[in-house]
Design a protein around this ligand. Structure first.
Ligand SMILES: Nc1nc2c(ncn2[C@@H]2O[C@H](COP(=O)(O)OP(=O)(O)OP(=O)(O)O)[C@@H](O)[C@H]2O)c(=O)[nH]1
Length: 259
């Protein structure tokens, strides 16, 4: 929901489109029916949950597209039986991974488009990439785009947690604090066991202390005293916040649906 772009919806609304909700392995499976119902109420009924690293459900995409296009009278051109499909979405959702996954499935071919863990890996619209032989399907990878104006701070936070906005632009410490708030609200207490906390806490500094201790994130700090400089070991809270976010994105803190 947070990643949907109303401008694109307006511009492309008339064309057949499919909403691919990727990284389903990281989302809470119990929330799928609620999400589908909410999307249906918004007029979006063609939705597929996928996991592109393991090609889960990716095989559903081409047949669904073929059906969607053939049932749209505007696209009845018998002489041209190839499909050109544009893949659009916020940065880092897995657009390039989806294209690579489709190629693996339908063409038994490897990577045609670069994948990265940071937003902004795809910088330009590449030439179209063939992903299927019958029917002949080409996809256009596009750089991830965010709506020009985010609806709320919370929407921005969710997108940042998903890696759609570069961490340093938001601040790892603030993102870690928001993440802890979400985990506690959803009663996802996996972080307690992972970092050895005796009980749940809504104090991010307290939690990050355990993260830093578990992962050995310390730094030497020079302290000036009256009798000379003393080197002290301090906990590195910034490194701990970064690790906390990384663990969440890898699914180590549980399967969480932010929206
Ligand atoms: N857990 C999980 N990770 C995924 C999945 N699909 C892609 N990824 C990872 O997500 C990261 C981003 O993937 P990309 O395919 O580069 O994403 P993109 O949308 O093309 O990114 P931009 O080019 O920045 O817009 C990579 O580290 C992928 O390995 C998935 O289904 N599950």
């Amino acid at each position: 929901m947070s990643g949907r772009n109303p401008v694109l919806q307006e511009v492309l609304g008339i064309r057949p489109h499919l909403l691919v909700l990727n990284k389903m392995d990281l989302a809470d499976p119990h929330q799928q029916s609620r999400v589908l119902e909410q999307l249906r109420q918004q007029g979006c009924s063609h939705v597929v949950f996928t996991e592109c690293q393991r090609d889960t459900n990716v095989e559903k995409i081409v047949p669904l597209f073929a059906k969607l296009v053939s049932s749209s009278p505007r696209y009845h051109r018998a002489e041209n039986a190839e499909y050109n499909i544009m893949v659009i979405g916020v940065p880092n959702v897995g657009k390039s991974s989806l294209i690579n996954s489709l190629r693996r499935l339908h063409l038994k071919k490897g990577k045609a488009t670069a994948v990265g863990g940071e937003p902004g890996v795809t910088k330009a619209v590449l030439t179209r990439i063939q992903v299927c032989e019958t029917p002949l399907v080409y996809l256009l990878d596009t750089p991830g785009v965010l709506p020009p104006k985010l609806v709320s701070v919370e929407t921005g936070m969710k997108l940042a947690l998903c890696g759609a906005i570069r961490d340093h632009l938001v601040g790892e410490d603030i993102m870690a604090d928001y993440l802890l708030y979400v985990l506690n609200r959803q009663q996802q207490f996996g972080y307690m066991e992972r970092y050895g906390l005796p009980e749940a806490s809504d104090n991010i500094r307290h939690v990050l202390k355990y993260v830093a201790l578990t992962l050995g994130k310390t730094q030497k700090v020079k302290v000036l005293t009256g009798t000379g400089n003393v080197n002290m070991m301090m906990l590195n809270y910034s490194a701990a916040a970064y690790e906390f976010l990384r663990a969440f994105r890898a699914g180590h803190l549980g399967r969480v649906t932010l929206d």
